[in-house]
Structures are given as C-alpha cells and as structure tokens.
Design a binder for this molecule. Structure first.
Ligand code: APR
Ligand code: PHB
Length: 392
C-alpha cells in the first residue's frame, strides 16, 4: 500500500513526537511510524529530568497541563562524597533557571495525546524496514503494519528511532566518524512506593560505588546504584538494595526511608555519538545520533534540543524555500551535544567508583569534589551545565 506525507518520522519517542507537534503548528503534514504499541511506549520507564529549555518547549506546544501540575521544580542538587554532602544552588548561579522532575513516560503520554488531539497520524506497531531515495527529492520509508507491506513517500525522512533504529544505518558510512565509550559499570534503577527522603536529588560517590536518590512524586521515589556490567537483578533482593543505598547515600543526621519496590532494572552506561547527523533528505535526531550516560540527566533534553533545530530548518525550507538551516543542521546540534557529552562524562567519572579507594585517580576525584565547595566558578560550571545552557 502506498501513502504520502511531507515529513516521514520514524519513532514515537520524545524526539519524533515533539517534531510532529512543531511541524503541525506550521501546517506541515507528517506521519509518525512507531514499532511498538501505544501501551508499550507509554509505560517504558526511563529517566525523568527536564531542563528548563525542555519544559519551555512543552509549554510552548500547549502540552504542559499535567507537567505544570505534577512536575516538581528543583532549585538545587546535593552532591555527596563518602558521606560529606554539599548543595549546588541553581537559581542564584544561573540567573533563575531550574530543572523539573517528571518521568519520561509521562512526557511521552502527554505528547502522544497532544499529537492525536491535533489529528497527527501515529501508526503504532509499524515496523520501518528500510529507507530509499534519500539523495532524491522523494525518499520513501518501507514498513510493515498488520502483516502488510507499506511505502510512505515524503519530502524528508526524520530518523527519530533511537539507538537501535534503522535511521543511522542509512547514513553513508563515509559521511561520519563514530565515537564510543562503554563504561565498566551499569546502573540498577528502582521505583519504590515510598516518600522521597530528600527534597532534591542526591548524587553520591561512595567507596562501595555510586548512588543516586531521585523521585517521581510525593509518594514515589526513584533510586539508582552502580553495579557491575555482568550483574543481574536476581542478585539484588529488596533488602540488599535498601541497605546498599542507605550506606552509599548516607550522611550524619539523615535517614533513608525504604518501601516496596515495584520496578527494578539494570542499564549499561555508554557515551556514543556521530559527528554528522544528515545526508540528503535524511535527518537524525535524539538517541539515533547520540547516547549519553544518565549521570547528567541529558538524554531526553538533547533529543528535544535537536528537534528545535530540525523543526526550524524544515519550516524555513517549506515557508521560504531556504535550505541554509537544513545545511547547517548537524553543526548546529553538535555544539550542544558535545557540551552534554562532556558534562555527562565529567559527572560519570566524578561520582563512580573506577579506581581503588585511596589511589591517585580516587584522590583526584575527591579533590574535584572539594573544589566545588570552595570555588563559585566550579559550582557555576556544574549548575549551568546541569540546568542546560541557554546559549547553544
Ligand atoms: N520502526 C519504527 N519505530 C522504531 C524503529 C523502527 N525500525 N526502531 C525504533 N523505533 C522506535 C522505538 O520503538 C522508540 O519508541 O523509535 C522510538 C525511539 O524513541 P526513544 O528511544 O525514546 O528515542 P528519542 O525519541 O531520541 O528520545 C531520547 O529516550 O532513550 C531515551 O534516555 C533517552 O531520554 C532519552 C530519550
Ligand atoms: C531520574 O530521575 O530518573 C534521573 C534523574 C537524574 C539523573 C538520571 C536519572 O541524572
């Protein structure tokens, strides 16, 4: 079966859903093809830290009703090193910017609803198989849906299909360099029915490994601990997880509250990127082009930042027949991506155990941590990267 649209979007994650809403506002038709069911994408548990820029965009798109009610604004973050805790205040260091805690699956639910309310077509359980003609004016996406073969012809293809998608596979290999770090540790993440023990996030280095205290609501906490790459959730009883979290996050005069755990999973940590995100009529955005370790909370925010550039570039092409922003798309995105890669890598090395306690590398980690407390310049560097730079 043949179909046509202006922009064919592969993937209904934060990137694809945001792109469709921005294009629809400008009267540019698009169709989203999504491999999984609606129920699956709406319940996929991921991180939940939104930069100010991301919140601003969701508001601008008129999809922030629930986010405005349920999102938790944070004006600072706690950093801990072997039980010594300090706070980095965002507001005074960044001219009033802050972050908002709101689960990614909630963002996805809200964006799907907004897309459907505005008549944007999302084809769920549509498996994109290959893309043809990206060097012509009418590329096509071939996909399978309900056991049938379909072809979607469009002006542009947006590969918003995540790290394992097909978008990146269609970029000619000679057009980009690839960079990759696989870290020698993973995160065991839990969701638990217990009130958060802290009003702000706590990132902790401990000689037993990293831990992070985050939250989702007044009654649900989200926590993580560093585990080995070959570890499995079966090795971690609820008691053992709480005990370990309590040790790693602990500081004098503070107690971690425990409660029933209802989600447990292990995620590997990697940095990945390519230094070109486009070829002909194919443009990549989000996880399809870059992965950051979650220590900086940047994944979703980078995806949305790419989309701002892509939507402006496509709009400029349709409205003014001007392709200059399309030409500079990769370069425009890469400035922010490299910054986020550096910050995520910095936070990862600062807070994870990778060298023996008391070794040279470990004492450098401690010195870096102490420096945040004595230098406003260093605290500002962390704060402005954490809330997300406005300028790039
Ligand atoms: N055909 C159709 N859809 C596909 C295909 C395919 N061949 N391959 C992948 N997809 C879909 C996936 O099922 C997924 O829903 O593309 C979507 C990509 O969404 P995300 O992985 O959420 O990626 P993105 O929108 O770039 O958002 C980045 O997600 O992974 C997190 O931490 C990351 O928060 C960041 C955010
Ligand atoms: C989360 O709340 O899931 C979260 C918060 C901050 C991070 C990573 C994950 O850096």
């Amino acid at each position: 079966m043949k179909h046509s649209t202006k922009v064919g979007i592969i993937g209904a994650g934060p990137a694809g859903l945001t792109l469709a809403l921005l294009l629809q506002r400008k009267g540019i038709d698009c169709t989203i093809l999504e491999n999984r069911s609606r129920q699956y994408v709406e319940s996929r548990v991921r991180a939940g830290l939104l930069e100010q820029n991301t919140v601003d965009l969701i508001r601008e798109l008129g999809a922030s009703e629930r986010l405005d009610k349920e999102g938790l604004e944070h004006h600072g973050v706690y950093l801990s090193f072997n039980g010594v805790r300090q706070r980095v205040p965002f507001k005074e260091l960044t001219g009033g910017r802050c972050i908002t805690i709101y689960g990614q699956q909630e963002v996805v639910k809200d964006l799907i609803q907004a897309n459907l309310d505005r008549g944007i077509e999302i084809v769920f359980e549509a498996h994109a198989k290959h893309i043809e003609g990206i060097e012509t004016d009418n590329p096509s996406i071939f996909y399978q849906h309900n056991g049938e073969e379909h072809e979607l012809t469009c002006d542009f293809v947006a590969g918003c299909d995540g790290y394992h998608g097909i978008g990146r596979q269609h970029l000619p290999k000679e057009t980009y360099n690839e960079f990759r770090i696989e870290y020698p540790f993973s995160w065991l993440g839990i969701l638990a029915n217990v009130a958060p023990s802290s009003d702000e996030l706590i990132y902790a280095y401990h000689e037993r490994g990293f831990a992070l205290h985050s939250l989702r609501s007044e009654t649900v906490s989200r926590l993580y601990i560093q585990v080995d790459n070959d570890d499995t959730v079966d090795n971690w009883s609820d008691e053992k997880i709480w005990e370990e979290l309590s040790i790693r996050l602990g500081t004098e005069g503070w107690n971690l509250q425990s409660g029933p755990i209802f989600e447990k999973s292990i995620t590997p940590m990697r940095s990945f990127m390519i230094d070109n995100m486009q070829h002909g009529r194919l443009f990549l955005a989000g996880d399809a082009a870059h992965i950051v370790p979650p220590t900086g909370g940047k994944g979703l925010n980078l995806a949305v930042a790419d989309i701002r550039f892509l939507a402006s570039a496509l709009t400029n092409w349709y409205e003014n027949q001007d392709d200059s922003l399309l030409q500079s798309y990769s370069q425009d995105c890469l400035r922010r991506i490299w910054r986020a890669q550096d910050f995520s890598n910095f936070m990862t090395y600062l807070f994870h155990k990778q060298a023996p306690h008391g070794s040279f590398e470990n004492l450098l980690q401690k010195s870096k941590f102490d420096y945040i407390g004595i230098s406003k310049a260093q605290a500002t560097t962390i704060a402005e990267n954490y809330v997300g730079l406005k300028e790039i």
